[in-house]
Write a protein of this length. Structure first.
Length: 159
């Protein structure tokens, strides 16, 4: 006879089994066999801490592997951590956190990291775009300060 129990919230019958679950970090994904109490459909299951050990281990391994991948791509592009944070996004110290595995990159940053890994020549295009944005942002901030200070500019001249 199969071991079974009733889900405390849904009232569904659960049976002890193992199902595959995907674990992801950055652009890396792994499928892990996870034991637990499962219903006949895809609704809520129940797991003990021991059931989730393989899932936790896989997540830690993926986190370390993706951190190494980010560092490898950055070095391939010959960027410092600070420059990579400015060009790819996330800020000045972002790549220090990505490369230590402390913080995963945003989906946008993951996309750029993967794109630049495949097309490293595009780093120059991104570098140029970031420089243009920086210049425009500086002009915008200057205009905001002028308005806040009561100065109005007309055709580049103070009124």
């Amino acid at each position: 006879m199969t071991e079974s129990r009733i889900h405390p919230e849904t009232g569904k019958r659960l049976t002890r089994g193992v199902r595959e679950q995907a674990v992801a970090f950055g652009s890396l994904t792994r499928t892990v066999a996870v034991p637990g109490w499962y219903p006949d459909d895809d609704s809520d299951s129940i797991h003990s801490g021991a059931d989730l050990t393989a899932l936790d281990e896989a997540y830690g391994e993926l986190r370390a592997a993706y951190a190494a991948r980010v560092k490898s791509v950055r070095k391939k592009l010959k960027l410092t951590q600070e420059e990579a944070g400015r060009i790819i996004g996330g800020g000045r110290r972002a790549f220090q956190k990505y490369e230590s595995g402390a913080t995963p990159p945003s989906e946008a940053a993951i996309g750029l990291i993967e794109l630049l890994d495949r097309h490293p020549e595009e780093v120059e295009m991104l570098r140029g775009l970031r420089a243009q944005v920086s210049i425009l942002s500086g002009r915008f901030e200057g205009a905001k300060r002028d308005l806040a200070g009561g100065r109005v500019r007309k055709r580049g001249l103070a009124a």
